[in-house]
Design a binder for this molecule. Structure first.
Ligand code: ADP
Length: 687
């Protein structure tokens, strides 16, 4: 505060005396008395009296004025003190400099900010306490403020002693007490560290928020009250087929929401998005579509919220996701539900504690309970007494993640009747792969079981009949061979001993008897071999296929030589588990057929090799023969099935039947691949 100015104005308000300037101080009674006594005439005496009177009044007034002045001075002093205190203890820093920027006054806050005692600051250039880079700006402001006298404000960094730079807002104003007097610059320093921190925090949050918006898979956009895009994240723009900057300011309804699925126009006013900023209502929708830039649409789930600022709706924010996959999954599960619903099998869903969660119509039909009756109940109501251990055992297996397949057991219907069921129980896992329950499919196999029982009984009977038949055919073939040998022997004897007595016709007959008898003998031998296969005790053992093939080849040596057959065996052949003698017989039959069934004048070429098929071994016998039509390939493995007359190719029709029966008895399979005219490949497969 300017003391002089203040005092002057205070003086101006004092009442000035009308009379001439009196002497200071009050007149005593002695001083007044002689004036009354020395006056020569009464008029002048009266005048003197009046003057004295006036002087007294003036003196009184002067005294009052003096008192008033003293009081004014006191209050000015108090005010000055108050302002000084205000200046001194103000929370902001105050610095007063001269026109050159030399510090003339600095308050405590300024001293604290600069970490320099107040008296040290006096006489120093203010620029000394700014960071180097900012001194130039400071000087510019210093001269500008003196030029246009406008208050200036800017942010800079103070350089406190021994401390890191401090962010401050600096305000400068010029003051000049009276024209011609020295210029003063008053600087206000406000510590804005906290504000800066808050600003940075706000920026960080803002960046984080942006990042969050950008990294979410959902589309997010904002619109103003006209429905124009104010922001959109990358995911949202990409889903719609745009870059974000292409959408700013666009009417979003026109961009992606203009038509309905059937192509009919979708007025903006009908859209829930429009509603949310018109009526302030939030809304979630998942039965609509959005359109992409390329003209394709996608099913969408979107939420729309009004943006309310200070109680006023400013627009809306929309978040959306393409739910094509979800819709597909929903459709798939609806289809699945329909299948489950219409299945004849019981499909039951239960918790790991065995509580029924779902129960389809098949289950109602098979077990007699309705869904309402049984959902929430333990599945054990279906278990008949005596089978109580089954369920814990099944649950234990499920907990291990195992699937229980075709578990045949007995269950009890609501009416108490016991039925045979085949259960397939699979663990149900949640998204994290944890087992949370089990689905079980129960098939009523009561009828099947009964049929099976009947078949088993029929099979038993059949086996008994077969055994009888085989014993019979064995003994028949065995016993018939003796009279046959006799017939052949005697016919032979006729030819040898009575040759000269027989005419050519008789000889021909006798030769035919011999031939027929020989053929019948071969037939019976083959039949015997075949029936022996049924009764033979098989003790499968590891055998070398190389040895088997070599033995079969040795047995057929003459036959093969006669036919000029070329046999190639791709050694080494692996081991299999089987019965050696039967295997030799099987392989010999295949090799004999391969060499036999060739077209006239064709030299047989037979190739034998083996391959591994999982745990099994397959032995192939391939020829360059006449081949077999596919429709005949099944029946040639049956007894007496032949595709040719005896005149064309000799044989009994039992060879392949022996191959099949022998291999099946060893737990294997047989088969053929062939085409007429292109040779055949027979195979046997053994463990
Ligand atoms: P057989 O050889 O005694 O006639 P099989 O039981 O061994 O009796 O064979 C049955 C029939 O299968 C044969 O008659 C023949 O028609 C046909 N067949 C068997 N092996 C071959 C082969 N390698 N090529 C063509 N046909 C064959």
């Amino acid at each position: 505060m300017n003391k002089e100015t203040h005092s002057n104005s205070r003086m101006g308000r004092l009442k000035r005396p009308q009379a001439p300037e009196p002497r200071a101080g009050r007149l005593s009674a002695e001083e007044r008395l002689p004036v009354e006594t020395i006056g020569p005439d009464e008029a002048s005496m009266n005048m003197v009296g009046a003057v004295i009177e006036e002087l007294q009044v003036a003196e009184e007034e002067l005294r009052a004025q003096n008192e008033e002045l003293a009081t004014a001075r006191q209050s000015i002093e108090a005010e000055r003190e108050r302002y000084k205190d205000l200046f001194e203890f103000a929370p902001d820093g105050y610095v007063v400099t001269d026109a050159a920027g030399i510090i003339r006054e600095a308050n405590r806050a300024a001293s604290a900010m600069l970490n320099i005692p107040q008296h040290w600051l006096l006489g120093k250039p203010f620029a000394l306490y700014l960071t180097g880079a900012e001194r130039k700006t400071f000087r510019a402001h210093l001269s500008q403020v003196q030029g246009d006298k406008r208050i200036r404000e800017w942010e800079l960094h103070l350089n406190p002693h021994g401390r890191p730079p401090l962010s401050v807002a600096l305000k400068v104003a010029m003051a000049q007490a009276l024209p011609g007097t020295a210029i003063q610059l008053r600087w206000l320093l406000r510590d804005i560290t906290l504000r800066k921190q808050a600003e940075e925090e706000w920026k960080r949050l803002n960046d984080q928020f942006r990042l969050l918006l950008e990294s979410t898979g959902e589309g997010v956009y904002g619109i103003d009250l006209q429905g124009r895009c104010t922001f959109i994240n990358k995911a949202g723009a990409t889903t719609l087929g745009y870059r974000p900057e292409e959408l700013y300011g666009k009417l979003m309804h026109q961009v992606h929401h203009h038509s309905r699925l059937d192509g009919s126009p979708y007025p903006a006013e009908a859209s829930p998005i429009y509603n949310s900023f018109r009526s302030g209502r939030a809304c979630q929708v998942d039965n609509e579509i959005f359109w992409r830039r390329d003209g394709n649409s996608f099913p969408v789930h979107y939420s729309t919220y009004p943006i309310i600022d200070g109680g006023v709706i400013k627009g809306a924010v929309v978040t959306f996701t393409d739910i094509t996959e979800r819709k597909r999954a929903e459709e798939a599960s609806a289809r699945l539900a329909a299948i489950v619903g219409s299945s004849d099998d019981a499909i039951i869903d239960k918790t790991l504690d065995g509580i029924v969660v779902s129960w389809n119509r098949g289950a109602e039909r098979i077990f007699g309970y309705s869904a309402e009756e049984i959902i929430g109940k333990p599945v054990t109501v279906l278990i008949p007494p005596g089978r109580a251990d089954e369920e814990p055992e099944i649950i234990e297996r499920l907990k291990q993640g195992e699937r229980v397949e075709h578990y045949e057991t007995v269950r009890r219907r609501k009416d108490g009747r016991e039925i045979h069921v085949s259960l397939t129980i699979s663990p149900i896992k949640d998204a994290r792969g944890q087992i949370i329950g089990a689905s079980r499919i129960a098939r009523d196999i009561t009828e099947h079981k009964q049929a099976e029982e009947e078949i088993r009984r029929a099979n038993q009977e059949l086996a008994a009949v077969n055994a009888e038949l085989e014993t019979f055919s064995y003994s028949v073939s065995h016993d018939l061979r003796a009279p046959l040998r006799a017939m052949r022997g005697f016919a032979q004897a006729l030819l040898e001993d009575y040759a000269n007595r027989l005419d050519s016709v008789a000889k021909d007959y006798a030769q035919r008897i011999v031939k027929a008898a020989r053929r019948m003998d071969t037939l019976m031998q083959d039949l015997l071999a075949y029936s022996r296969l049924s009764n033979a005790d098989l003790h499968p053992q590891p055998v070398s296929l190389s040895a088997i093939v070599a033995e079969a080849q040795a047995q057929l040596k003459e036959d093969l030589q006669e036919r000029k057959a070329q046999l190639t065996v791709e050694e080494p052949l692996p081991q299999v588990v089987g019965h050696p003698a039967i295997l030799v017989q099987v392989v010999a039959n295949l090799l004999a057929n391969a060499a036999k069934f060739v077209a006239p004048r064709v030299l047989p070429q037979v190739r034998v090799w083996a391959e591994k098929r999982g745990q099994r071994t397959r032995l192939w016998v391939e020829d360059n023969g006449i081949g077999i039509k596919s429709e005949h390939q099944g029946r040639i493995f049956r007894v007496f099935e032949r595709l040719h007359g005896i005149e064309t190719y000799q044989g009994t029709g039992i060879g392949l039947a022996i191959v099949r029966k022998g291999i099946e008895r060893m737990g294997g399979f047989v088969g053929v691949e062939s085409e007429p005219g292109r040779g055949s490949r027979f195979w046997i497969e053994l463990p």
